[in-house]
Write a protein that binds this ligand. Structure first.
Ligand SMILES: [Zn+2]
Ligand SMILES: [Zn+2]
Length: 135
């Protein structure tokens, strides 16, 4: 699933539990709770929430794990009962991650053959083995 296109997101706030409907959710936009003003995506969603998307209208439901959701019985607002499970780890990976400056590690001119000045960790690792009489 890609989060590039806006979709309807119904998410239960991990703080106060209020259901918030975000009509045009896209990745990178914080989902702020109407009641407690928390960023609902800042919670550890794979731990606290379950995810389902409606096969019919595409609305995504992010419900707290303790919320009862019965596949085949729970009904979408559009009337459909066909849902696809939404992997919250993927979802969280695409939404909650703050923008990191990955460009630093992504230098195409980086010379992989040149010994990095800070590879002491690898050397320490070898020394541990060399000094261990058990090996
Ligand atoms: Zn809230
Ligand atoms: Zn639906």
């Amino acid at each position: 699933m890609t989060l590039k296109t806006p979709f309807e997101l119904l998410i239960e706030c991990g703080g106060c539990g209020l259901e918030n409907l975000i009509p045009g959710f896209v990745s990178g936009v914080p989902a702020v709770c109407n009641q407690c003003r928390e960023n609902m995506l800042a919670y550890d969603l794979p731990q606290t929430h379950q995810g389902h998307t409606c096969d019919s209208c595409g609305r995504a439901y992010l419900l707290k794990t303790e919320t009862e959701f019965v596949d085949g019985e729970s009904e979408c607002q559009c009337g459909s009962r066909d849902f696809t499970e939404l992997g919250l780890k993927d979802f969280a990976d695409q939404t909650a991650k703050p923008e990191t400056s990955e460009s630093d590690d992504d230098d195409p001119d980086f010379d992989w053959c040149r010994p990095a000045p800070d590879n002491s960790q690898q050397e320490d690792f070898n020394e541990i083995f060399d000094d261990n009489p058990g090996f």
